[in-house]
Design a protein around this ligand. Structure first.
Ligand SMILES: [Zn+2]
Length: 342
């Protein structure tokens, strides 16, 4: 852990809980009484990303001075492509469901346990939450949403797996079985196959992914051929109760969740790894990012419903890692413009 991150952690621990992407980690532990705090930062106006550093001084200083800030435009040269086989991802299922809360700045699923291991480091899952639209840009293109799976290590490092969420094609919208199927009823190693490739799969048909290498290979080839797919059962299941947490500061319980579906999807692609930051205050750096190339998807109607609850919660893309913070760059430019007009 770098000196800067250590310093920021000390600063962050002395301030009040904001509720953010790091909520539920050592940076911002959950309230012991189970209360759901409402974030004190926002995404526009004076509470927006350009002014995050001023909301809590000096805890949020990295938001305006850090030179490895997230999110970024994921183009060749800024990330290391990591094969899925180089990451160990194990996540628990939640047959009894788990807590789903509205922090004001995001909606978050508490999902403790599991293991993420790469490059000799090991992390444990704490929660996952959603941004709308995506925070990272996929080679210059924003996606409908982005899911952040937040992990922490015993040595207090943070790792985040970012997963783009796209809107399922119209044809997939007529897949009632995929939506209605309760996650509990789905065996652990099943995925919903809507339009995974050349092979035509009727809407709503659930294709089991076997353990055999041939079957696995066939599935991977189909995914690479056409990334668009039917709605991800995990997302449809979680968002089926989103209306119960319309109000910031409220929480509910999800139906049973099967996370192995998402792990299978993630492992069918690769990961774009880089060292960045939290995308919310305190914008701490030293965060191990792995953005998945495989995407999840949701039905158009589900996207609309979630959009009406989340609104907009995406930090503007930051400068290329290693270059000056864009807030400083913009501030200096603004000052120069002011001087020039006097
Ligand atoms: Zn996040």
């Amino acid at each position: 852990m770098g000196y800067i991150l250590q310093a920021l952690l000390l600063a962050a621990s002395a301030t009040r809980v904001l509720g953010s992407c790091s909520y539920g980690t050592f940076l911002q532990p959950r309230a012991e009484d189970g209360a759901v705090p409402i974030s004190t930062f926002g995404y526009f106006g004076a509470k927006g990303p350009l002014n995050w550093a001023a909301l809590e001084v000096p805890a949020n200083s990295a938001c305006a001075t850090g030179t490895r800030q997230s999110p970024i435009n994921m183009v060749a040269g800024v990330f290391n492509l990591v094969a899925a086989t180089d990451l160990v991802i194990e996540v628990p299922n939640f047959p009894e469901g788990t807590e789903f809360e509205n922090l004001g700045s995001t909606v978050e699923v508490i999902a403790k346990g599991g293991k993420l291991a790469f490059a000799g480091k090991e992390f444990e899952l704490e929660q996952f939450h959603f941004h709308l639209p995506s925070e990272h840009l996929d080679n210059g293109t924003s996606q409908a949403m982005e899911m952040h799976m937040v992990w922490q290590s015993a040595t207090k490092e943070i790792a985040v797996i970012g997963v783009y969420i796209e809107i399922a094609k119209e044809g997939a919208a007529a897949a009632p079985a995929a939506v209605a199927a309760p996650a509990a009823a789905a065996p652990a190693r099943e995925v919903v196959a809507g339009a995974p490739g050349a092979e035509v799969v009727p809407p709503g048909v659930v294709v089991a992914v076997g353990e055999g290498p041939a079957r696995r290979r066939r599935f991977q080839q189909r995914r690479q051929a056409a990334p668009a797919r039917g709605p991800t059962t995990l997302l449809e299941t979680i968002f089926s109760v989103a209306d119960q947490i319309k109000v910031p500061g409220t929480k509910t319980k999800t139906p049973p969740l099967v996370l192995t579906e998402v792990v299978d999807i993630l492992k069918s692609g690769a990961f774009q790894g880089y060292s960045g930051s939290l995308t919310t205050p305190p914008c701490s750096e030293g965060v191990n990012w792995n953005v998945a190339t495989a995407k999840l998807s949701i039905l158009p109607a589900t996207f609309e419903r979630v959009r009406n609850i989340i609104g907009f919660n995406s930090r503007i893309p930051q400068n290329t890692p290693g270059l000056p913070n864009i807030v400083q760059v913009g501030g200096a430019a603004a000052m120069a413009a002011l001087v020039a007009t006097k």
